[in-house]
Design a protein around this ligand. Structure first.
Ligand code: ADP
Ligand code: MG
Length: 694
C-alpha cells in the first residue's frame, strides 16, 4: 500500500463513519460534530458498536479514554472489550455509555486543590469533534476531563469552551457583512514542532537528560552552530530513516505531517503539520510528540523535546500558526479582494491586535514554565515582551487609517472601509520577521513563543478567548449603529489607535526594544515567577468568567498548578545536579588529580632534574576548581534544603528562581571548567562534542 492509502488507516474518520454507520446515525453524529448538538444516548450506542467492530478488525483488544490532564502530557486508562457473560464465557462489548463517559481514578493528577480528596474521581467526556484512533492495540477516544462539580481538570475542556465563545461572537460580527451562509467559525492552527535527535547510548549515560530532559553540565564544544551549516543541510541517512517512519506512523494516525528540515542547531530538526481545527491539532500535536519519542527509540535515537537541552545552543520552540476559518472555507485573516472582504478582514485584524494588547500578560503566562524560561528573551527566541509584527505594507495601511491620511497615493483623504480596496499584500513574506513573538504572515498569525514540549491548548485557549472578547465588544457596538459603514470606520480607527503600541516591526532582539517597549507601557514579564501572578489579575479572571471558560476557582487552581510545577521542576534539577556533581564529577576530577600527582612523583624520581612546572600548574588548577566546585555544591545543597513550604507557592517559586537557580549556575560554572581540563578518559559523561556531532 502506498502512503496515500495508508493515510488515516488507524482513524475512525468521516469516511469510515459514512461506510459503517446507518445513514440516520451518521447524520445525527455529524450534527453533533459540526453543530455542537448533544448526542442521543441511543445513537451513541450504535456509534460505539461500530467503533468496536472496526477496532477489533484492526487488531485492537482494549479501549481507552485519551485525555490531557494538567501535567501537559496525555493520559490513558485501558479497559478491555471483554465482558464476562456469567456462564464462564465472554463477549466483546463497548457500550454507548462507555464511549461517552469514563471514570478514570484520577486522584493523583494535578488540580491545584480544586478536587478535594474525598471527591477524588473525575470523569472523562467524549469529544466527538476529534476522531477516535487506534494506538498500540487500543481504541483511543479523545476526551475532556472534568471533576464531578463540572470544573475542568484538563487542557482540552477550556479550549473547547473558548472555541464555543469565539464561534458565538464571530457569527455576530459576520452578520454585519452579510455572511448569512456561515454557520460556524473556528480557529485553525498549525504548530511547527522543533526537536533534537541524539544517540540513545549518549542519552543513557546522562542522568541529567534522563531525569530533567536537559543537560545540567556541559562545556561548549569547539564548534557550535556559528557556521549555520546545519540549517536546511542534508539530512543524515539515520535521521531520514527516522523521519520516514515517523511520517508513516503519523499518517496512519491521520496527522498530516508535512515538512521536515534540519534546524539551526546541530542535531536539531523540525516537523510541521498541515493546519487544521485547533482542538484536533492540539490532539495531533500531543500524538506527534509521543510518536517522535517512540520512533526515535526504535532507531537507536532519543528525541529531546525540552526547550533548552544544551546551554549555548539554540533551544526548541513550537511556532503556533493561527487563523480563524468559517465552515464555508473562508480564512478570516486573509485580506481578500473586494472592499467588503477587506473591511471584514480589517475588523478581524483589529480584534486580534486589541486582544493581544489587552491580554499580553495572559498570553505571556500561557507560555511561562521552567523549560521555556531558558529561551524567551535569550536572543534565540522571542523576547518575554509580547508584541505584534504586521510588516511594512499592513502597518502603512493601519497608519493611514489611524492618522486619516492618504495611503500610498490613494486619492481619498484616507481609506474608507467597506468602500476602498486594500493593496495586495505579499502572502509569503520572504523577509519575514523571525524575532517577533507574534507575527502576521500574510493570512495568519504565528505565535512563536511556545515551548517545544508544551501542549498548544493553553496558549490557544487564551488567544481564542481574548479574540472572542474583542469581537463581542465590537458586535455590541456595531449592533446599535444607525449607519454601519460610519460606525465600522469609527470603531476600527479608534481600536487601532488605542492598541497600536503593541505593533512593532523592528528587531525584537535589540536591547533598544526593551527600552522602547517600556516607554510604550508594554509588559516585560521576564520569568515564570514574574508572569504567573498576572493570570489571576482581576481583568483576566473577568475575561475568562465572562465567556464561560473558567470560574474563579478553576483559575486559582491553574495558577497553583503552574507554580507548583515550577517549584518541583527546579527542585528536581537541583537535586539531580547535586547528585551528579557529588558522585560523578568530583570523583572524576579527584582521580585525574591523583594521576597527575603520581605522574609528577614518578617523573621526579626517574629524572630528578626534570621540570614539572607545567604538571604542577595543572594540578593547582584542578585543585582550585575542585575546591570551588565543592564550595558551590555546599551552596547548592543548602539552597535545596532552604526551600520552605510554609512560605506559600509564589514565594517558594521566587526562592527557586532567585536562590536555587543562582546556586545551580555557580555549580555548573565549576563543573564545566573541570570538564575543560580533566582528561577525556576520566570524564564520566558524554560531552556536547560527543552528543551533538555523532
Ligand atoms: P515557516 O517555517 O516558514 O514558518 P512552515 O511551512 O514550516 O512555515 O509552517 C507553516 C505552518 O502554518 C504549517 O503548519 C501550516 O499548515 C500552517 N498554516 C498555514 N495556513 C494556516 C492557517 N490558515 N491557519 C493555521 N495554520 C496555518
Ligand atoms: Mg515558522
Amino acid at each position: 500500500m502506498n502512503s496515500c492509502e495508508r493515510f488515516g488507516e488507524n482513524v475512525f474518520n468521516d469516511a469510515v463513519m459514512q461506510k459503517r454507520l446507518p445513514k440516520e446515525t451518521y447524520k445525527a453524529l455529524k450534527r453533533t460534530i459540526e453543530g455542537g448538538q448533544s448526542l442521543d444516548p441511543e445513537i451513541a450506542g450504535v456509534v460505539a458498536n461500530a467503533m468496536k467492530d472496526w477496532a477489533l478488525e484492526l487488531g485492537a483488544t482494549h479501549y481507552t479514554h485519551w485525555f490531557q490532564p494538567m501535567t501537559g502530557i496525555t493520559a490513558e486508562k485501558h479497559d478491555s472489550f471483554i465482558k464476562p457473560r456469567g456462564d464462564g464465557s465472554v463477549i466483546l462489548e463497548f457500550s454507548g455509555k462507555e464511549l461517552v463517559q469514563g471514570e478514570p481514578d484520577a486522584s493523583s493528577f494535578p488540580s491545584g486543590g480544586i478536587r478535594a480528596t474525598f471527591e477524588a474521581r473525575g470523569y472523562t467526556a467524549w469529544d466527538p469533534t476529534s476522531y477516535a484512533f487506534i494506538k498500540d492495540g487500543s481504541l483511543c477516544i479523545p476526551t475532556a476531563f472534568c471533576s464531578y462539580g463540572g470544573e475542568a481538570l484538563d487542557k482540552k475542556t477550556p479550549l473547547l469552551r473558548a472555541m464555543q465563545a469565539l464561534n458565538k461572537q464571530a457569527l455576530r460580527v459576520l452578520k454585519f457583512f452579510g455572511n448569512e451562509d456561515v454557520k460556524r467559525v473556528f480557529p485553525t492552527a498549525g504548530p511547527e514542532q522543533e526537536y533534537f535527535l541524539i544517540d540513545k547510548a549518549d542519552f543513557r549515560k546522562r542522568p541529567d537528560l534522563i531525569t530533567t530532559g536537559r543537560t545540567l553540565f556541559g562545556a561548549p564544544p569547539s564548534k557550535g552552530q556559528e557556521l549555520d551549516d546545519h540549517y536546511f543541510g542534508a539530512i543524515r541517512s539515520r535521521v531520514s530513516a527516522f523521519m520516514k517512519e515517523m511520517n508513516e506512523e503519523l499518517w496512519k494516525l491521520g496527522v498530516y505531517s508535512k515538512t521536515e528540515h534540519n534546524e539551526v542547531a546541530p542535531a536539531q530538526h523540525e516537523m510541521a503539520p498541515v493546519f487544521s481545527t485547533v482542538n484536533v491539532v492540539a490532539d495531533h500535536n500531543q500524538l506527534a510528540m509521543e510518536v517522535m519519542k517512540r520512533v526515535a527509540d526504535k532507531h537507536g535515537l532519543t528525541c529531546l523535546l525540552h526547550e533548552k537541552p544544551f546551554a549555548g545552543i539554540n533551544g526548541s520552540g513550537k511556532h503556533n500558526n493561527y487563523s480563524l476559518s468559517t465552515d464555508t472555507g473562508v480564512n478570516l485573516l486573509d485580506p481578500g479582494d473586494t472592499p467588503n472582504e477587506n473591511a471584514q478582514f480589517l475588523l478581524f485584524l483589529a480584534a486580534v491586535i486589541q486582544a493581544v494588547d489587552k491580554y499580553q500578560d495572559l498570553l505571556r503566562v500561557s507560555i511561562a514554565f521552567a523549560g521555556n524560561d531558558h529561551r524567551l528573551g535569550a536572543n534565540e527566541a522571542p523576547p518575554a515582551i509580547i508584541s505584534v509584527f504586521l510588516g511594512d505594507e499592513l502597518t502603512a495601511v493601519i497608519d493611514s487609517i489611524v492618522s486619516e491620511s492618504a495611503y500610498n497615493g490613494h486619492k481619498r483623504e484616507s481609506m474608507l472601509l467597506g468602500v476602498d480596496v486594500l493593496p495586495a499584500f505579499p502572502k509569503d513574506n520572504t523577509d519575514r520577521n523571525r524575532t517577533s513573538p507574534f507575527a502576521f504572515t500574510g493570512n495568519k498569525f504565528e505565535f512563536r513563543s511556545l515551548g517545544s514540549s508544551q501542549s498548544i491548548s493553553g496558549p490557544n485557549t487564551t488567544l481564542t478567548t481574548a479574540i472572542a472578547e474583542s469581537l463581542c465588544l465590537f458586535a455590541d457596538e456595531l449592533e446599535g449603529a444607525s449607519d454601519f459603514t460610519v460606525a465600522l470606520n469609527t470603531l476600527i480607527r479608534r481600536v487601532l489607535k488605542e492598541h497600536k503600541r503593541i505593533v512593532f516591526n523592528g528587531n525584537n532582539y535589540d536591547p533598544a526594544w526593551v527600552v522602547e517597549a517600556e516607554k510604550r507601557g508594554l509588559m516585560n514579564l521576564k520569568s515564570t515567577v514574574d508572569a504567573a501572578p498576572q493570570y489571576i489579575a482581576d481583568k483576566n479572571v473577568a475575561l475568562f468568567k465572562k465567556h464561560g471558560i473558567f470560574s474563579e476557582t478553576e483559575m486559582h487552581g491553574r495558577y497553583e498548578v503552574r507554580l507548583e510545577k515550577y517549584v518541583k521542576v527546579i527542585n528536581i534539577e537541583a537535586m539531580c545536579m547535586s547528585n551528579m556533581a557529588h558522585t560523578l564529577i568530583l570523583p572524576a576530577a579527584l582521580t585525574y588529580s591523583k594521576e597527575v600527582a603520581l605522574t609528577i612523583e614518578a617523573m621526579k624520581s626517574a629524572v630528578p632534574s626534570v621540570s614539572v612546572d607545567a604538571e604542577k600548574t595543572l594540578l593547582e588548577k584542578l585543585g582550585k576548581e575542585i575546591t570551588a566546585l565543592s564550595k558551590s555544591l555546599d551552596g547548592l545543597d543548602k539552597a535545596i534544603a532552604g526551600q520552605d513550604e510554609e512560605l506559600g507557592l509564589l514565594k517558594q517559586a521566587a526562592y527557586s528562581h532567585d536562590t536555587v537557580i543562582a546556586a545551580m549556575d555557580e555549580v555548573r560554572k565549576h563543573g564545566d571548567a573541570l570538564e575543560a581540563i580533566v582528561a577525556k578518559k576520566y570524564w564520566p559523561l558524554p560531552t556536547y562534542q560527543d552528543i551533538l556531532f555523532y
